[in-house]
Design a protein around this ligand. Structure first.
Ligand code: AHG
Ligand code: MN
Ligand code: MN
Length: 343
């Protein structure tokens, strides 16, 4: 296996199906259900990629003129991606329920189909405000084992801590399409080969570099950040003996996260202290923050809400929001220190 997320040499062609299956075979008691859920999500990724790459042609740009449960405009591609993920997974008998950014309530499995033992939570299209400008977007997902025994999935099944994730990942629709996932045994990245329609292992055993390169946050909102976050932002630019990091911010978290994972550094989206409607920031715990926190920990980095790992927060509702800091351990713990000292 190639070291540290470097590209796989030709001759070691591992498709995502093979990789997931080989990992499953390390657990002799596995039924194969988790393997198939992951494979279905990868298939959804290919279908969504085929829409995003044709966004300019296929009359899928723009909004649906609807406002979603979060009070945000629904882009057509948000809805298409949500439908693809739901319809590929509603009839397989492997899921008890689904949770989506685009739906206020639990997405139940239709009565005519059997339910299964996993819960799939997803942000069908992250960064969708960027779609119209041909900027990278992505899908983020997390999988939990259900808590209840059988029947339709309940809130108890869906409102689980990130600590209990069994697998999570994202699909990045960028200059190439990548599927990055972990099932608790390190992080692996696959690149879609459009000629054959397969995700091929391109970045095995991804680890965040120890020397950070960039910080990533929407500095346009700096006036609305707490003192601790503002001082931390000065520190990453060299104040008080801090490192001097370059700035990168795309505005699609999945793309900002992907770069942070490969370059080293920190991405953060803190609370806007003047926005009384969002006292806990913008990003959602279940299908944005937790899957990425899980991946970052698996890659040797850390995540925090400013005080503790988001993975230890008990979600109170499906669209629970939280401040988010993610990247190299030293940087995340430095952010926590500034917040502890200055608020
Ligand atoms: P989504 O498109 O799923 O609603 O998420 C958008 C999120 C996230 O991708 C990004 O980091 C953040 O919104 C950008 O927000 P700002 O424009 O406020 O920086
Ligand atoms: Mn999002
Ligand atoms: Mn979204």
């Amino acid at each position: 296996m190639a070291a540290n997320g470097t590209r796989q040499l030709p001759g070691q062609l591992v498709t995502i199906e093979r990789h997931i299956l080989e990992r499953q075979m390390m657990h002799p008691d596995a039924t194969g259900d988790l393997t198939r859920v992951l494979q279905d999500v990868a298939l959804a990724g290919k279908l969504i990629a085929s829409h995003t790459t044709q966004a300019g042609l296929a009359e899928v740009l723009g909004t649906t003129n609807e406002i979603n449960v979060q009070g945000e405009e629904v882009q057509k591609l948000d809805e298409i991606s949500n439908d693809i993920l739901f319809r590929l997974n509603d009839h397989t008998g492997r899921l008890a329920a689904m949770v989506s950014e685009e739906a206020s309530d639990i997405l139940h499995i239709p009565e005519k189909y059997p339910t299964g033992k996993y819960v799939l939570s997803f942000d069908p299209l992250d960064g969708s405000s960027n779609i119209d400008y041909n900027v990278s977007v992505g899908t983020i997902f997390a999988i939990h084992r259900r808590k209840t025994e059988a029947g339709p999935g309940t809130l108890e099944d869906c409102l689980q801590k990130g600590r209990d994730i069994v697998a999570a990942g994202y699909i990045l629709y960028g200059s190439s399409t990548m599927f990055v996932y972990s099932a608790g045994n390190g992080v692996n990245g696959f690149t879609l080969d459009p000629a054959i329609g397969e995700f091929i292992l391109s970045h095995p055993n991804i680890r965040i570099p120890t020397k950070p390169k960039y910080f990533s946050a929407n500095l346009g909102y700096q006036r609305n950040w707490s003192d601790g976050v503002r001082r931390f932002t000065e520190w990453v630019q060299g104040e008080d003996g801090g490192p001097v990091l370059g700035l990168r911010y795309i505005g699609s978290m999945v793309a900002d996260f992907h770069r942070t994972l490969f370059s080293g550094g920190i991405f953060y989206y803190p609370v806007n202290i003047n926005d009384k409607n969002r006292p806990n920031g913008k990003l959602r715990l279940l299908y944005e923050v937790n899957p990425l926190s899980y991946l970052m920990e698996q890659a040797g980095g850390a995540a925090s809400d400013g005080r503790q790992s988001p993975l230890d927060i008990q979600p109170e509702h499906l669209h629970h929001r939280t401040p988010f800091f993610v990247g190299n351990r030293e940087l995340v713990s430095q952010a926590e220190k500034f917040i502890e000292q200055y608020g």
